[in-house]
Design a protein around this ligand. Structure first.
Ligand code: RIB
Ligand code: CA
Length: 308
């Protein structure tokens, strides 16, 4: 089977961890590396979680690299109380993941991304499930990569629904609107997987129960993490499928209704962090950015039901 070359750029909280485990175990994915960013947790906690998740699923061959530690506009990352509530103090729902003896690679994530993007000019997909700071920094550092022909699939934004941080802004975009604007307007092929679709698919307490009863350590720990996430997000026995939807979209875009739009991001005023169609470009042809507006939720849910 042809496997898709993927790099994951994560702010490893609970749904990022599920996305990572899913990609790491998928026979459809060749996982080239994991780059870490801030968001649900600080960058170093996130890469620590990524190392532990990879060890848990037996993928200690995948390099993990640490990326930017705060947004383009700030000098320091300040974790939102809401992130700690949803993902737990340790980012993985207070689960005691066995500590991986591995350490993060010496190479910075941005250097790694630049190296990989130059090596694979078109056969690589970068899936982002956190703020876009690493990718924006890549473009600022190496403007020639604006002509890169690979794919970016990003979980983030909201087009036809409200944001989940402010009325307008979704969390990953809200963390670094300037970075998101750079990426959206870069000319890279970006597919946005926004709240419009991620909130239509659900993981349920019955999935957590099934994962737990698989008898493996990984199933038990991820079952606990999912229960934690359900209890602190939607409640009522189910939750949205944000980050794993981006992996499913990278592998199976046919499950989604995807429309091309010239997307941009508002960086001023009350709608700072809002993802919108660029009104200046309404008559321009062939947008590089696309937006998922509908999804066959059953397909996404089935993909995630039996990971272990
Ligand atoms: O809005 C959902 C996104 O915010 C997800 O990536 C979640 O992990 C948080 O970062
Ligand atoms: Ca995330």
């Amino acid at each position: 089977m042809h496997r898709k070359k993927i790099i994951l750029d994560l702010d490893t909280g609970i749904d990022d961890s599920i996305a990572l485990a899913f990609a790491a175990l998928s026979s459809e994915v060749e996982l080239l590396g994991v780059t870490g960013t801030f968001g649900n947790v600080d960058t170093m906690t996130g890469v620590r979680n990524a190392l532990d998740v990879l060890a848990l699923v037996g993928r200690t061959d995948v390099p993990v690299l640490a990326g930017k530690t705060c947004s383009l506009a700030q000098e320091q990352f300040c974790r939102h109380a809401e992130s700690a509530r949803i993902h737990g103090e340790n980012g993985v729902g207070q689960a005691n993941l066995p500590r991986s003896p591995r350490v993060v690679e010496k190479e910075p994530a941005v250097d790694f991304l630049i190296r990989m993007m130059n090596e694979y000019r078109d056969g690589l997909t970068i899936v982002t499930t956190g703020p876009l700071t690493n990718l924006a920094t890549v473009l600022l550092r190496d403007p020639l990569l604006h002509t890169w022909r690979g794919q970016v699939v990003m979980m983030g934004g909201a087009l036809t629904v409200r944001g989940n941080v402010t009325h307008f802004a979704e969390a990953n975009i809200a963390q670094d609107p300037e970075a998101a604007k750079i990426v959206m307007e870069s000319g890279l092929s970006v597919t946005m997987v926004p709240l419009d679709v991620t909130m239509r698919s659900r993981l349920r307490s019955s999935d957590a129960e099934r994962w737990r009863s698989s008898g493996s350590d990984v199933g038990r720990l991820f079952g606990c993490m999912l229960d934690y996430y359900i209890a602190n997000t939607l409640g009522a026995d189910e939750t949205y499928i944000h980050d794993p939807s981006a992996i499913v979209c990278a592998l199976h875009p046919e499950y989604f209704t995807i429309l091309p739009f010239h997307m941009t991001v508002e960086t001023e005023g009350v709608d700072r962090g809002r993802t919108v169609v660029d009104h200046r470009r309404l008559r321009d042809r062939n947008p590089a950015t696309k937006v998922c507006l509908d999804v066959d939720a059953g397909q996404v849910e089935r993909n995630l039901a039996n990971i272990w």
